[in-house]
Design a protein around this ligand. Structure first.
Ligand SMILES: [Zn+2]
Length: 59
């Protein structure tokens, strides 16, 4: 992992967490994707949010 620095507190320790996001596709099928958060271990500031399996968003 590259050197990240928290823009809020200057902390250098980060961790990742995920959150499940339900999505309705155009075909009305219910599916979902994981959001992956990278956040500062000191103050909790979220550095980035990434979406897993973006394939499902393609038409
Ligand atoms: Zn921080």
């Amino acid at each position: 992992m590259e050197n990240q620095t928290c823009k809020k507190c200057g902390g250098k320790e980060f961790a990742e967490g995920t959150d499940y996001m339900p999505i309705k596709t155009s075909k009305m099928a219910l599916t979902g994707a994981n959001k992956i958060f990278t956040f500062c271990l000191d103050c909790g500031e979220v550095d980035s949010i990434r979406i897993e399996n973006t394939e499902i968003f393609r038409k």
